[in-house]
Design a protein around this ligand. Structure first.
Ligand code: HPA
Length: 278
């Protein structure tokens, strides 16, 4: 197996042959938000299949492109689609994309995802800024030998979701006229949706929303010292709260319906983030 650092170097070398820019903000586009990548000014789009070692998702709604360009003059690198551990990938593979963003030199990564709402006041279509997470995946991308040159063996996670980026998200939401909730995201392995009993357990543990991504990526980014922020689109009420059985089509449909508000918020958040990281 080629070491992770060599795989990342190969991927970076390919990208810098195609694009000469220096991205300041990285973005991970979750279910239904992929189209945002196509709106970048001066767009350069590189298929994951052309990037050495870059994994591709087989999940509907996850295109596989690295989109490079600008939003309001801020150079960004967007992952249009991510891979998930439930597809059978190990933690290094799941976090390869965000580690690549870090290697491209971004000062912060903003992640988006779809999640089930647990907080009793949430409705499908709400947007929730993550203030913290519960890692209930049973996995951690930092398991194995630690490269001390990259980050510490035992990283602090007192503020996994950067407070200044969170404040920036609220400013962007106000400016865009979008309501932004805030809460704790429980990251589970999936791919099954939860049982009603599991959702009651998650609520008792302090979760406001539940999903199957983001947590490993944020752990890997914080290990590298990269600031991270994340917003969930609450695409459905979690099992047992929702009167109807859960269906991925509903997730996609709500994500589509919420897209314009989410895109407006994300664009503003990118610009605010550029101000925060300086
Ligand atoms: N549970 C887990 N992941 C999800 C959900 C859910 O209800 N909705 C969208 N992603």
């Amino acid at each position: 197996m080629i070491p992770l650092s060599s795989r990342l170097a190969d991927a970076q070398a390919h990208i810098s042959k195609t694009w000469r820019g220096a991205p300041r903000v990285g973005v991970v586009l979750g279910s239904g938000l992929g189209a945002f990548g196509d709106t970048l000014a001066g767009l350069t789009k590189i298929s994951y299949s052309d990037i050495p070692h870059m994994p591709r998702s087989a999940v509907v709604g996850h295109a596989g492109n690295l989109c490079l360009g600008e939003i309001d003059g801020v150079a960004v690198a967007c992952l249009q689609g991510r891979v998930h551990a439930y597809e059978g990938h190990d933690a290094d593979t799941v976090t390869f994309g965000v580690r690549l963003l870090a290697r491209l030199g971004v000062g912060a990564v903003l992640l988006t995802n779809a999640a089930g709402g647990i907080d009793a006041s949430f409705a499908a279509g709400d947007l929730m800024l993550l203030c913290d997470h519960l890692n209930l995946t049973g996995h951690n991308p930092l398991i194995g030998p630690n490269d001390d040159a990259l980050g510490p063996r035992f990283p602090d996670r007192s503020a996994a979701y950067d407070p200044a980026l969170r404040a920036a998200a609220h400013r962007a939401a106000r400016r865009a006229g979008v309501t932004l909730r805030e809460g704790v995201y429980a990251g589970l392995m999936g791919p099954t949706y939860e049982t009603p009993a599991e959702v009651r357990m998650l609520r008792a543990l302090g979760a406001d929303a539940v999903g199957m991504s983001t947590v490993p990526e944020v752990i890997a980014l914080r290990h590298l010292g990269v600031r991270a922020g994340a917003i969930s689109c609450v695409t459905n009420l979690a099992a047992g709260i929702s009167p109807a059985p859960l269906d991925h089509k509903e997730v996609e449909e709500t994500a589509r319906r919420t897209r314009d508000a989410f895109v407006a918020l994300l664009s503003g958040w990118i610009v605010e983030t550029a101000g925060v990281i300086g």
